[in-house]
Design a protein around this ligand. Sequence first.
Ligand code: ADP
Length: 497
Amino acid sequence: MGLTAETNRIVREFDYSDDQLNQGVSEFLAQMELGLEKDGTSLSQIPTYVTGVPNGTEKGLYLAVDLGGTNFRVCSIQLNGDTTFNLTYSKVAIPRELMTAKTAKELFSFLAKQIEVFLRTHHNEHFEHRMRRRFTFSNPEGFQDEEIFRLGFTFSFPVQQIGINKGILMRWTKGFDIPDAVGKDVCELLQTEIDRLGLPVKVAALVNDTVGTLMARSYTSPGKQGAVLGAIFGTGTNGAYIEKLANIKKNVPGSFDKSTGDMVINTEWGSFDNQLNVLPRTPWDHKLDEDSNNRGFQMFEKRVSGMFLGEILRLTIVDLLKQENIQLFRDANSSHNDWVSTTTVAPESGLFKQWGVDTAIMSVAAADNTPSLGTLRQALEDQLLVYSPSLEDAQAFKAIAEAIGRRAARLSAIAVAAIVLKTGKLNDPSWDGEPVDVGVDGSLVEHYPYFRDMMYEAFKTIEGIGEEGANKIQIGIAKDGSGVGAALIALVATAME
Ligand code: ADP
């Protein structure tokens, strides 16, 4: 049996045509320019103070820490200088009470303590040796410079960066609330606590995770030229790329190395086209935004990233379930008036709760191409508590999920295509025979079947790229991007000291 007319109608609402793609790219390019000229525009285009990317020959042992949401990760990275690295890793949950501590010191002294524990556990020989030297040998004032571990600090909260290792916390998000820290330099807060413990560690760089992805991919990428763009398609979406200093018209305060003529820009593209000039707006996009706690913001991200795709799907399914004459998840024997109880879905199913559908089930739907859709039907039963879903149920669910996933991939292609075009590398004779490399990270791009293929299909229809250009673009996963990327930024920062 084919799809019902209603399912087909919904699927078509998620079409994003080749013409729309091209308009999207033009708008993205225009918004990139605007963001380079002034603050407060749709694309923030934040200067990162990172002025070069690695080429795979870098060597040394570096530390990286990542304060994201629920966990604090500490790792050390041995860069071997031949595009490979060894990573040692630990993770601790951040105690709830510290997320809302009275003073910044309480949180940051906990973080410094974790760094000490990590060094003692994984680098004890090094550590003890350095600590002994510090206290008993000829250099009581401090460590020899070469004895100090350089650390890259990935801090995923809004900061106003004013130097490679300087950033003022603008506000907390994700359940953190320590007013005392707002307005302060988070690198300094961490360094103070590290110094209090007397550790041989210097916070060398403040790192944004997309920049880390770009750096990690440049180090490990098989090409000679390094990556031009690092992009995340996970819970959220964002990208960082290399821009010519001459093109950054707005003021970049503080000092930095100008010798490369470049600076990495953090686009914050999740907020691309908050005005909805070119982004699609189905009734479900509108509903998702209306019910969100940041209405009118992150409009691109709300159509692209893992946090939101499952919710768009949920809203379409709920709409279908509410229509009496639609045969989806329908219990023919039920005589209740309440629409939930006329379905074969348990009332406690995630389908009836905001954010109740994990985007991961869309990957299951897209990956199951068997005639009976057995895997998907099982997932519907196990994860969404649908009782004995029929083949037709699963077909409808799959068709809508794929339409949402495909639209997300085509929208993602807008951002990548625009930035690739902006770099001019597709027609640069010095890049002849070299791929234009893009490093990506995040569960969506890693696990959603054919996500990258759908992006390539879109590239081919974009003016200025076409089939030939699409073949030159190489999108590769940047594994362990945040750890190794942060280490590489610490390295670049150290070279600039
Ligand atoms: P983060 O971006 O937070 O570092 P991830 O890259 O793992 O973490 O992304 C998590 C997001 O990816 C969540 O929104 C989740 O719903 C989604 N996700 C997890 N697994 C999959 C999958 N197999 N297919 C598609 N999306 C997934």
